[in-house]
Design a protein around this ligand. Sequence first.
Ligand code: ATP
Ligand code: BTN
Length: 262
Amino acid sequence: MTEFDRLRSMLPVGEFGRPLHCFETLGSTNDFAKEQAANDAPHGTLVVADEQTAGRGRGERRWLTSKGDGLAWSLILRPGRSGGETIGGVGCLTALAVCEALQENGIRGEIKWPNDVLIAGRKVAGVLVEASWEGMELVWMVVGAGVNVKPDSIPPEGAIEYPATSVETELGHAVDRWAFLRTILRIFAERWPHLGSNGITHAIEERLAFRGDEVELEGGGKTLRGRLQGIQPDGRLRLLTSRGALDVAAGEIRLRPITAEP
Ligand code: ATP
Ligand code: BTN
């Protein structure tokens, strides 16, 4: 049985993982999933790659996936309800599913709003959500995630802007990549129908990195400082600034903790 056969035998989980497209090498699972979505691929389609040669973060930023060391996957979602309700929160929901899968393995993960998972302040996973609209209607979303599983998946320090780690580095023993992916998808499947509910919002808030701390948000050439208070059900971050409370949508915004006064 090949590794991909083994993954196939574990899926689908709920509505996710069928059809399943597996690649030893692919540019980007998000790019492939977007092409599939544009060609009417169904809700629940999953794309997995062992290696990505053009993995992407937001904007022009890169996500590095070395062969066989991590997880790189993308899921096609056709929400079938008003887009605005779902798109803002789906990145955090995916990060929450990764955190809860880590918790099942005994490690605490935190969500660095809007789209990263940290373990003890180091980045272990990143999520990229992309969508297609027809007027006001959200037709599909692709949610992609990269998870560093083996120590070799951690990029060299000079190649990344935020300290990184891997699941195995933190656990101190090997994990089955596909079982870990299945756990993430199982949790996502359980949580997805409740996206936007108070329960999900609180679960995300409980895992929000830097909650209560002074942080800096940077985007579009502007920076904003404030105390990170929590998130709204639509995924916006609530910041307490010197001018009062402000809810900020993710977009191209990057968050950094303020560790010391300049
Ligand atoms: P940041 O992690 O800097 O806060 P972000 O959440 O805004 O960034 P993106 O804009 O989506 O992230 O870009 C992805 C970033 O992830 C890249 O800038 C790169 O520094 C980092 N990165 C790339 N590959 C890995 C990896 N395998 N593990 C950890 N970090 C990575
Ligand atoms: C981030 O670091 O903030 C986002 C990184 C998202 C990376 C994943 S890996 C699978 C999928 N395919 C891509 O090209 N990007 C996402």
